[in-house]
Write a new protein. Sequence first.
Length: 91
Amino acid sequence: MQEKLYMVMGPEFGTGEGHMLRINKPIYGFKSSGLHWWKNCCMILLNMGIKPSKAEEDIWMMQLGEVFENLARYVDDLAIDSKIPWEYWRS
């Protein structure tokens, strides 16, 4: 996260109530959460050998033999078009 996020502990924290906490790894509910999710996903895809399309940044491809496998991103979902889907999950 580029933003520094803080919260005040509520009564459910008992003796910690009123203390300020810095949030290190927020996942949902912040403006940049989706961007951070996608950056992490891109690193994983690149490590798997899946490359982004030069024409469309949300389409990723990997060649398996004579066949191209495709992965498409829409917001925070992935759709995989694969002749042999288990090839993605070998490792």
